[in-house]
Write a protein that binds this ligand. Sequence first.
Ligand code: SF4
Ligand code: SF4
Length: 208
Amino acid sequence: MKNGIWFLKGVRKGVKTEKFPKTGPVEIAPWSTEIKGSGEANCPTDAITNGKWDMTKCIFCRRCFPNYEPTGNHEIFTVSEKMHQFRRSFYIYPLDSGACGACNTELHALTAPQYDMHRLGIFFTNTPRHADAIVVMGVWTKGMEEPLKRAYDAMSDPKMVILMGACAISGGIMGEGALKSGEYNVEIGGCPPNPYTILAALLRARGD
Ligand code: SF4
Ligand code: SF4
């Protein structure tokens, strides 16, 4: 639904929250979803090899269009381990390792009335000591190695590491990924990921 319409509905009827995840996403931005097609891709990050799309590398630049187009499938994430302990209360701690700001904005959008992550028992915390999961955003920078280690060590068990956005997962167009395979539990594709994708990944990570 267009932002203006959400605003008017909110003014007329009070806060309007999406029914997601009980229903599918409403009016999802198409170029934040899975991409499919065939033929020449001309992809700057090699996100398409032999016609196969790799969500960990795609920066959604649209250079592959019209041979490749978004499908509307927002479930572009992987979860290697579900932690059911967090089903009733899931505290996440964002860590910016060098993001452009767009991943941060989309993550923050989860607190807006449209998505309202609090109704699902998901909250932000500003200290890793209270966090169940750390959400790493942005291309990897050496200077953030120590802060990430200190934040991770400060968290109590069980704990989860989430890589959010192409930069954090693979380095996107300009760097390298934050962590090696086996050092994280969840990858959320996108540049930036759509709030629906983030929400769906968080819910799946805690076993919903
Ligand atoms: S949108 Fe850009 S980065 Fe993604 S597959 Fe197409 S060309 Fe590659
Ligand atoms: S993944 Fe895209 S939106 Fe997120 S920090 Fe990197 S460039 Fe910015």
